[in-house]
Design a protein around this ligand. Sequence first.
Ligand code: KG4
Ligand code: ZN
Length: 337
Amino acid sequence: MNPVVLAFETSCDETAVAVVRGREVLSNVLSSQVDLHARFGGVVPEVAARAHVEAIRGLTHRALAEAGVHPDDLDAVAATEGPGLVGALLVGHSYAKATAWARRLPFVGVDHMEGHLFSPLLEHPEFRPPAIVLLASGGHSQLVYAEDWGKYRVMGATIDDAAGEAFDKLARVMGLGFPGGPAIDRASEGGDPDAVRFPRALEDRPFDFSFSGLKTAVLTFIRQATESGDLPSLADMAASVQEAIVDVLVEKTLNAVEATGVRVIGGGGGVLANRRLRRKLTEAAGERGLEVYLPSPVFATDNAAMIGAAAVHHLEKGRLGYWTDSVDPGRRLDVRE
Ligand code: KG4
Ligand code: ZN
C-alpha cells in the first residue's frame, strides 16, 4: 500500500507542505519566516501564526502542482498536531482537517518529533528500528530508543536548553545572526575546534543534556578574554563552541547505543544539519561498525515530507484522526501502540 498523502507542518516558523506516495517524496515546498523573525532575534508566535495563514493556500497549490497530483488522487491528509506553538499549529491542523473533510478523505494528526524520527527514511529506505535516534531541534533535544515504528522510549533529554536553542543563544553571544545554528556552522569554517575547551556538562547522566552552563561559560570567557586582549578569532570561537555541543550530542548517543546494544543510529531535527555533528557521528559509527542514517539538511530541518512519512505509518496501522481532534502544543513522544 502506497497511499498518496498531502502533509502539512506549521509547528514553528516554517510553513511546509508536501505530497508523498508511501515514503517517496513527490514534492516538498516551504516558506521560511526566518527574515520576519530575525529582527526580533527569535520566533514571535503571533507573527508566525499570521504568516502561516498567508502562505498555506499558495503553498498547497504549489505542492500539488509540483507533485503532479490532482486533489482527487489523494488518499489522506496529514498535519502536525504538536508539540509546537499553539497558534502556528492550529493553522496547518485546521487547514488539513478542512481539506480532508471537504474531500471526504481520512485525516492523520502527527507528532512533530515522530516526524523528525521518520525523516531518515525519506532518503534511506533501509533505515528501520530498533534504532537509537538523536532528535535535536530548536525546541527539543531527545535521545529516543525506537524499538519499532510507533514504539518509542525517550531515554534522555535536555534538562534546560535544546541543542538548537543553545546554538541560537550562543550565536547571539558571539554577535552572529539568527538562526544561530547555520551561522555558527558557517563561522566555524577554518576554525580550530580545540582553540578553547568549553565544559561538557552532565558527565554523570549518560543520556541527558544540559546546555545552559555552556552559555554562562562562553559569556565569562568572552568577558575575560576581551579584558586581557586575547580573544580568539571568531572562527576559533565558533568552532570551539560548536565542538562542545557536538561532542556532548555524539557521546550521549553512543552511550545509548552501548546501553541498548542497538546497531542502528538515526537522527532528525535542525541541528542534524550541522556539518561537524554529521561528520563526527558518522565517523564514530563507522569506527564501531554501526549503521547511521541521517536526513540531508532539507529533511533535517522542519519539513512536511517527514510528517507525510509518519502519516503513512499510521495509515498502514489504521490509526486515523477524528474531526474533533485538536492540536496539542505540549505533546510528548513516548511509548505508544
Ligand atoms: O527542527 P528545526 O528546523 O525546528 C524545530 O523543530 O525547532 O530546528 C531548528 C533549529 C534551530 O535552533 C537552528 O539554529 C538549528 O536547528 N540548526 C542548526 C543548523 N541548522 C539549523 N544547528 C546547528 N547547525 C546547523 N547547520
Ligand atoms: Zn522540528
